[in-house]
Design a protein around this ligand. Structure first.
Ligand code: NAP
Length: 247
């Protein structure tokens, strides 16, 4: 049995692959094959396959994934959607292409992948658990984040609806991280003012992918067998803290 991880070439997905590789066989997905191989080298297990795919290509996704599963003769019992596209764009500069690409990577591909994995014909009814990596912006809002923030709210909605539809065979949950320093955010955190603002607003400080992986591991395991359709915020207390801090 394999666990499919999208976004495995970097950040949270890479850390998760390293963590899960201690106990699971993995399929790592992303666009950049070189960086997927770096993730593979950092993993503890040798039973690791690569499925390089550009998730903006949603029209061919079902057919391509189905063919890949057949060709490699694999059975997949768990899925983590970690791939994400985040562009900070004010509304006046938003266009259809940005919206489409953001939703394709963050939401549409998730739905098409889980449809494929839930198919008895393609995956033999083996899928048991899925975790979507959302964001704490899903329940909030921020200037210049309308495409990204709304796509993450859609992803959480997808998790809840699929949890209802696929029970009792498949559990679906989402994890909502707060700010972590990864490829996605490194430019943002390079700015000292931004770093100071984050440090001030995060009671437990800025996070890292290591803060996310153990919860995902738990949500994929039988230890969370009675948990489905839930959103788990992991953001160092950012969204519960209304303390006004003076500099
Ligand atoms: N970092 C944060 O502060 C933060 C906060 C909240 C939520 N998140 C969420 O956490 C998840 C992981 O982000 P991260 O911080 O680890 O960022 P990251 O290091 O930039 O990783 C993003 C991953 O998404 C993949 N990806 C992007 N576009 C893709 C596409 N068109 N097709 C296939 N894969 C694609 C990338 O793979 P390739 O480049 O190889 O295609 C990469 O593996 C995302 O869903 C993000 O929204 C991050």
């Amino acid at each position: 049995m394999y666990t499919l991880i999208t976004g495995a070439s970097s950040g949270v997905g890479r850390e998760l692959a390293i963590c899960l590789s201690q106990t699971r066989s993995l399929i790592l997905s992303g666009r950049n094959t070189e960086r997927l191989n770096e993730t593979k080298s950092a993993c503890k297990n040798n039973d690791i396959l690569l499925w390089p795919y550009d998730l903006e290509k949603t029209d061919r996704l079902e057919a391509e994934l189905s063919a890949w599963i057949k060709e490699n003769n694999v059975q997949i019992d768990s899925f983590v959607h970690c791939a994400g596209l985040m562009k900070m764009v004010p509304l006046r500069a938003i266009n259809y292409e940005i919206i489409l690409n953001t939703y394709s990577v963050n939401v549409f591909s998730t739905q098409l992948i889980i449809k494929t994995l839930a198919s008895r014909k393609i995956n033999g009814g083996n899928l048991k658990a899925a975790v979507f990596i959302s964001s704490n912006i899903s329940n909030r809002g921020a200037a210049a984040f309308s495409a990204y923030g709304a796509s993450k709210a859609a992803l959480d909605g997808l998790a809840r609806n699929l949890a209802a539809e696929l029970a009792p065979n498949i559990r679906v949950n989402s994890v909502l991280p707060g700010g972590m320093i990864t490829e996605m955010t490194k430019d943002m955190f390079a700015d000292e003012n931004m770093r100071n603002m984050f440090n001030k607003n995060y009671p437990l400080g800025i996070g890292t992918p290591k803060d996310i992986a153990p919860l995902v591991e738990f949500l994929l395991s039988d230890k969370s067998g009675w948990i489905t359709g839930q959103q788990f915020v992991v953001d160092g207390g950012r969204t519960i803290d209304i303390t006004e801090r003076k500099d």
